[in-house]
Design a binder for this molecule. Structure first.
Ligand code: HEC
Length: 104
C-alpha cells in the first residue's frame, strides 16, 4: 500500500514537472528569450546563460530580484510581476535544458 502511494506521488510530480517545463518555456519565449536566448544561451553580452542552471538557483535569484534583495534595474522590473508559480515554471524550463561542456 505504501509503495503504491509512493508510485502515485512520483507519477504526479513527474507530470506536474513536464507541465511546468512547457509553461515555463512559453513564458520565457515571450519575456526572457530576447536577452537570455531562446535556448537559454544569452544573446546579450551582459546577460548570463541560464541553460542547464539549477532550478533552485534560478528561482532563488528571481525571488531575490522580485523582493529587491538582489538589485538590478532590468531584472528587478522583469521579476516584479512574476508569481511564485511562474517562477517555478521558468526555473523548471531553464533547468530542463541539457547542456554539455567541453574543457579548453
Ligand atoms: C532586457 C534583457 C533581459 C530580459 C528580457 C530578462 N533578463 Fe534576466 N538578466 C538580464 C541581465 C542583464 C542579468 C544580469 C543582472 C545582474 O547583474 O544581476 C540577468 C540575470 C538573470 C538571472 C540571474 C542569473 C545568475 O546567474 O545569477 C536570472 C535567473 C534571470 N535573469 C532570469 C530571467 C527570466 C526568467 C527572464 C524572463 C521572465 C529574464 N531574466 C528576462 C537581462 C534580462
Amino acid at each position: 500500500m505504501k509503495n503504491i502511494l509512493w508510485v502515485c506521488l512520483m507519477a504526479a510530480s513527474l507530470s506536474c514537472h513536464a507541465d511546468d517545463v512547457s509553461a515555463g518555456r512559453a513564458k520565457a519565449d515571450v519575456a526572457c528569450a530576447l536577452c537570455h536566448g531562446p535556448n537559454g544561451v544569452a544573446t546579450l553580452p551582459n546577460a548570463p546563460n541560464l541553460a542547464g542552471q539549477q532550478a533552485f538557483y534560478v528561482s532563488e535569484q528571481l525571488k531575490n530580484y522580485r523582493s529587491g534583495k538582489r538589485q538590478n534595474e532590468v531584472m528587478g522590473l522583469i521579476a516584479k510581476p512574476l508569481t511564485d508559480a511562474e517562477i517555478t515554471q521558468l526555473a523548471a524550463w531553464y533547468s530542463a535544458i541539457k547542456v554539455s561542456v567541453e574543457l579548453p
